[in-house]
Design a protein around this ligand. Structure first.
Ligand SMILES: [Fe+2]
Length: 385
């Protein structure tokens, strides 16, 4: 997050003595990224954050690839992913490459008896169904339908849901996820043409601090393995921090669409960027207003990026037979476009209520075994008249 944030108690100067009321010390931790070159946070802990007691077990959660090289367009029925009690067990990777994984999850329960930390990847969690509280060692964020939760790699978190009916669309990114650079000035401030501004980005305001000793299980993901590591101090023992590296939330409903007289290209919908993929938000908006405008998109060849669309809500005018929770995959190398009749249907329409999240990856995506379980194998023929 390119904005400075401060929460809780911190000393006036970094790397100086910071004492508790009883005269003992708080323990400082610099939480840095990209060596010492990227965004960082300086946090102050009740106990040393290094007290590993035991490494209990190690197991792989690497996605099982069914099709490494893929040229087939797919539709996946996301809501066919079965709800599971455990948050981590419920996460099913459907598409993956060396930069990112696209995951569907329908967790019924909160992470009750463990904390989670993903050291491989930033996590962008889109909340399609459900509400609750994301609790992290750098503060909490309430979430509900339509929220993107950005959890930078290394943040220790738990996720609490209000009910058992939850649907998440998650992008795990091995490349850092930022807001697009072209929306910001040279100081990092969001510019007037940006479809969102600082007021729309929610920073943690609530910090849970426990000075407790005992046995605390953190499931730590590294190189697609989970390590069950037991720590001797409570992972949420931060009394304060400041810096630029912390979780934040942004609601897709706060994305202000950019429209034009003729059809605008997907970059106007861009919400997040990495150097390996982009994330776009398609939100309810007025259609193009040229008298001869064609509101449906034109056929297009994204020759060097795979295109994933996750359909959230509303009416998807360019597709036939697409419903909430569906994912379409249009692979690099071949053109795709509106289904038969969709272009004609769109003419004269003045607005759309569609809500969708798009992920365009620059490297091809591999299709997993989990994806084939919910795949529509004939979708690639759906443009035939
Ligand atoms: Fe497309």
């Amino acid at each position: 997050m390119p904005f400075y944030h401060k929460l809780g108690k911190i000393p006036p100067k970094r790397h100086t003595q910071f004492k508790k009321p009883d005269g003992s010390f708080y323990y400082e931790q610099l939480f840095g990224t990209i060596g010492f070159d990227g965004m960082s946070t300086n946090s102050y802990h009740e106990q040393r954050p290094t007290q590993v007691k035991e490494i209990k077990k190690q197991y792989s959660v690497a996605p099982k690839v069914a099709k490494a090289n893929n040229m087939q367009s797919y539709r996946f029925h996301g809501f066919k992913v079965k709800p599971e009690n455990d948050y981590l067990d419920s996460r099913k990777t459907v598409l993956t490459n060396s930069d990112c994984s696209i995951i569907l999850a329908a967790p019924k329960k909160s992470t009750e008896d463990y904390f989670y930390k993903n050291t491989d990847a930033d996590e962008l969690i889109f909340v399609h169904k459900g509400s609750g509280k994301l609790r992290t060692h750098l503060g909490n964020l309430d979430f509900k339908y339509g929220d993107y939760l950005l959890v930078p790699r290394g943040i220790i978190y738990k996720i609490d849901f209000d009910t058992e009916d939850n649907r998440l669309f998650i992008v795990e990114s091995r490349r850092p996820i930022y807001t697009p650079k072209r929306y910001r000035n040279w100081f990092g401030q969001l510019l007037e043409h940006s479809p969102f501004c600082e007021r729309d980005l929610r920073q943690p305001q609530e910090l849970e601090t426990y000075n407790e000793s005992g046995e605390f299980l953190i499931k730590i993901k590294k190189q697609d393995d989970i390590f069950d590591m037991v720590y001797a101090s409570h992972p949420f023992d931060v009394v304060g921090y400041d810096g630029y590296n912390y979780p934040y939330a942004f609601s897709i409903h706060d994305f202000e669409p950019i429209t034009g007289r003729v059809h605008q290209p997907p970059p106007v919908h861009q919400t997040f960027e990495t150097d390996a993929f982009v994330v776009c938000s398609f939100v309810p908006r007025l259609y193009d207003y040229h008298p001869l405008a064609v509101p449906a998109p034109y056929n297009h060849s994204n020759i060097d990026s795979d295109e994933v669309l996750y359909y959230v809500d509303g009416d998807f005018m360019s597709r036939n037979d697409i419903d909430k929770g569906h994912i379409s995959l249009h692979p690099a190398g071949i053109p795709h476009g509106p289904h038969p009749g969709a272009m004609e249907r769109s003419i004269g329409k003045v607005k759309t209520d569609e809500l969708a999240v798009m992920v365009d990856t620059f490297k091809p995506l591999k299709v997993t075994e989990e994806a084939l379980k919910i795949a529509d194998g004939d979708y690639y023929k759906s443009w035939l008249e």
